[in-house]
Design a protein around this ligand. Structure first.
Ligand SMILES: *[C@@H]1O[C@H](CO)[C@@H](O)[C@H](O)[C@H]1NC(C)=O
Ligand SMILES: *[C@@H]1O[C@H](CO)[C@@H](O)[C@H](O)[C@H]1NC(C)=O
Length: 259
């Protein structure tokens, strides 16, 4: 007479199905097509993500209104779209064109599947002592830098797409507080960049390692790394080399064709 199977009520089943359907898919694989957002959320002020908290942008476009983009003038935390405190994670967001500073990370942070459609001053700034991790996503139309590394921590980037950018990454060339900064890039797809990374060969020497990546629109090693003589007086840093030196900048498995 009685079924021994516990029965899920129709309502509970329906609710479970709805929540599965609504959960955003976080795709952190390498993707070379920019997603299109169904709508834009215009923020009047920077959106903070508190320490260790996660924020899901649900593949919507996030931007500022009024715009905080002032061409290549260096902006502040208040000009960003998102400001991440230590250990915060942001996933699945499209950052629009009307902001000066994209994302600021105060210490460690994780960015999963984040897309910058038209970078103004820079896309993301790593400011603190902790590892900034970028998984998947991409950026385009950056006159200058995509990722700016100002703090003493590490930056780790995997499966990232960059198109029509000045540099994918720059360790700060002229910050008031300077450090030897470490960065790693794995499985990048870079099309039409001025150079992939720019690092300082002095100041204790940065280290950067770029592996298993495709760099299109450059010839051989030229266009992979620029080495600079960094300073802490705000001056324009001098470029000292334009190819990997195997120490400050090392590479492995870089393809310029067959990508
Ligand atoms: C964030 O998480 C780390 C590691 O679990 C912990 O040490 C830290 O206290 C947390 N911070 C806050 C503000 O919760
Ligand atoms: C960064 O944090 C580590 C670990 O907490 C610490 O050992 C190091 O001194 C810090 N570096 C700076 C420049 O603050």
């Amino acid at each position: 007479m009685f079924s021994k199977q516990p029965r899920l009520s129709t309502l509970a089943l329906f609710t479970a199905m709805i929540s599965i359907a609504l959960a955003a898919v976080t795709n952190t694989n390498l993707q070379t097509t920019f997603p299109t957002a169904s709508s834009t959320t215009n923020l009047a002020a920077v959106q903070t993500i508190l320490a260790n908290e996660t924020f899901d942008g649900e593949m919507l476009q996030w931007d500022r209104s009024p715009s905080t983009c002032n061409e290549q003038a260096e902006g502040a935390d208040a000009d960003a779209v998102f400001l991440l405190f230590d250990g915060a994670t942001l996933s699945n967001a499209i950052i629009g064109p009307n902001n000066g500073e994209g994302i600021h990370c105060l210490r460690a942070c994780t960015l999963n599947n984040i897309w910058w459609t038209d970078v103004c001053e820079d896309a993301v700034t790593f400011k603190g002592n902790g590892t900034g991790t970028v998984n998947g996503g991409g950026a385009r139309k950056a006159e200058d830098k995509v990722m700016q590394h100002n703090g003493p921590g590490n930056v780790v980037v995997r499966n990232f797409y960059a198109q029509d950018v000045g540099k994918v990454y720059r360790s700060c060339g002229n910050c008031e507080a300077q450090f030897a900064r470490n960065s790693r890039f794995e499985n990048l797809f870079v099309e039409d960049a001025g150079v992939v990374v720019g690092v300082n060969g002095n100041l204790g020497a940065d280290t950067t390692f770029i592996s298993d990546s495709c760099v299109k629109g450059s010839v051989g090693a030229k266009g992979i790394c620029n080495l600079y003589e960094g300073n802490d007086n705000g001056g324009e840093p001098t470029k000292t080399a334009g190819v990997p030196d195997g120490v400050t900048c090392a590479t492995s498995g870089i393809r310029t064709t067959d990508c």
